[in-house]
Design a protein. Structure first.
Length: 297
């Protein structure tokens, strides 16, 4: 469970039987392409072509953002940069219909700010962030200090983002290393996929496997992983993410397979124009039971 410091009402949850897929399209140089039409796309579920019923370009659908910041001792040297860059990001991205939350994770999970459309409240919460320093091994019998990355991802996805309509993104700023979570890596991956959340990872350290985990988490959702450092600053990365979030296509279809069996279904989104690359989630979990639990377009 989260340790909570502030609270606002959560966005309304809506259940309808439509699968919504958000995607971005880029050319060979990596520049975003924002002038395509419905006829330029093809989407398949488990290899079967689907009829695109809903299509929006440069969508203004409400945006829900969960920002997860690693505040363990291993990243304490970059917290000041995190505060400044994240504050600017919220100032630029959030509109009146959007919501964001801020969660810090180390050996515990602290919800510094629950859903709000106020960038000032989020910046006030950012000012409270502080690192939990590693002070050596604990006495025998006491728990080891940890970095509960997988728990943070899972609990945020299932506890805060599940069923929320519109566009959802999770930004994870960390070295990608987990220590002590009750949930496993596969649980974290399944949770973000099940809640149709686009994940962006911002990684501090390439020496270990943490960056690879953030990449493997982000790419199947239609997001990506960035490494911050001398070549690319945190502020520059947030600006790239901001541009992507404002350059999305929203594609909606009613699955030809109407079974509510809870199984994972593979998605393949293609752009018919040669030379363009699409980033979109690679699958979703079908609803369970007699009523749909998809998400409103």
């Amino acid at each position: 469970m989260f340790a909570q410091t502030a609270d606002e009402p959560r966005p309304i949850h809506v259940d309808v039987d439509v699968v919504n897929v958000l995607c971005t399209v880029s050319d060979k140089r990596g520049a975003l392409v924002t002038d395509l039409d419905k006829e330029d796309f093809e989407i398949r579920e488990d290899g079967r072509k689907q009829e695109i019923r809903y299509f929006t370009r440069e969508t203004d659908l409400p945006l829900t953002i969960a920002m997860l910041l690693d505040v363990s001792g291993s990243v304490r040297s970059v917290l000041a940069d995190e505060r400044e860059a994240a504050g600017q990001f919220f100032d630029t991205v959030l509109r009146p219909t959007d919501h964001a939350l801020l969660l810090g994770f180390s050996s515990t999970l602290v919800l510094w700010q629950d859903f709000t459309s106020s960038s000032q409240r989020l910046k006030n919460a950012l000012a409270q962030l502080h690192a939990v320093r590693f002070r050596g091994l604990p006495p025998v019998g006491q728990a080891m200090p940890g970095t509960l990355l997988y728990d943070a991802i899972y609990q945020t996805a299932k506890g805060k983002l599940e069923g929320v309509p519109g566009r959802k993104a999770m930004l994870i700023v960390s070295d990608g290393l987990d220590n002590g979570s009750q949930k496993h890596l596969d649980d974290a991956v399944e949770a973000v996929q099940a809640t149709n959340t686009i994940v962006y990872g911002v990684c501090y350290d390439q020496k270990f496997f943490g960056c690879a985990f953030l990449s493997s988490l982000a790419r199947p959702t239609g997001g990506q992983m960035f490494v911050t450092g001398k070549k690319r600053t945190l502020d520059e990365i947030f600006k790239i993410i901001e541009e992507e979030l404002r350059s999305q296509y929203s594609i909606g279809f009613t699955p030809a397979n109407a079974a509510h069996d809870g199984k994972f279904r593979k998605l393949d989104v293609k752009v018919l124009t040669p030379g363009l690359r699409v980033s979109a989630r690679r699958g979703y979990y079908a609803p369970v039971g007699s009523e749909g639990s998809g998400e409103k377009k």
